[in-house]
Design a protein. Structure first.
Length: 156
């Protein structure tokens, strides 16, 4: 996927290329894709930096929920797999439980590495636009720094 084109620089991207956020010289471009896995259609929203009144990133419970669910999945299948491996002659049961525990481990590691989830929004006089590509606090902070820099450079 492109990191820049023309006068635009990509600030954030969504999963599977569905949505993206781009910084231009005088405006922000939000590309919102809709589809199940790949985008079937896209809508574009252009916001001038001078129109932005607030940038907000509010933590959401999404990552805590996913971490809890994936940890429970891992514990429900991982502990019996380990116990069965050491206490039973049925190694097939242990291997089967271990294989089914792997998605829980992957989901747990993925959410721990990506960090806390958040709801990011850009507020203008015409309303509030939720930016779904900046759905992790690390990404939201990076986007806010870049947008603040762009807004400040227009004022000076």
């Amino acid at each position: 996927m492109k990191k820049s084109f023309g006068e635009y620089t990509r600030l954030a991207k969504g999963a599977f290329g569905c949505s993206s956020l781009w910084a231009g010289k005088e405006h922000l471009l939000y590309v919102k894709g809709s589809g199940i896995i790949w985008p079937i259609s896209e809508t574009y929203r252009r916001i001038r930096y001078s129109d932005i009144t607030a940038l907000t990133a509010a933590p959401s419970p999404g990552s805590i929920i996913w971490i809890s669910v994936s940890a429970a999945w891992l514990l429900m299948l991982g502990i019996p797999a380990i116990v069965t491996a050491f206490n039973s002659s049925e190694i097939a049961i242990s291997i089967t439980l271990g294989i089914f525990a792997i998605p829980g481990l992957i989901a747990l590691l993925y959410n721990l590495i990506r960090g806390r989830t958040c709801v990011y929004a850009v507020e203008t006089a015409s309303g509030i636009l939720k930016i779904r590509t900046a759905n992790r606090l690390k990404v939201a902070r990076k986007v806010s720094r870049e947008l603040s820099h762009q807004i400040q450079s227009l004022k000076s």
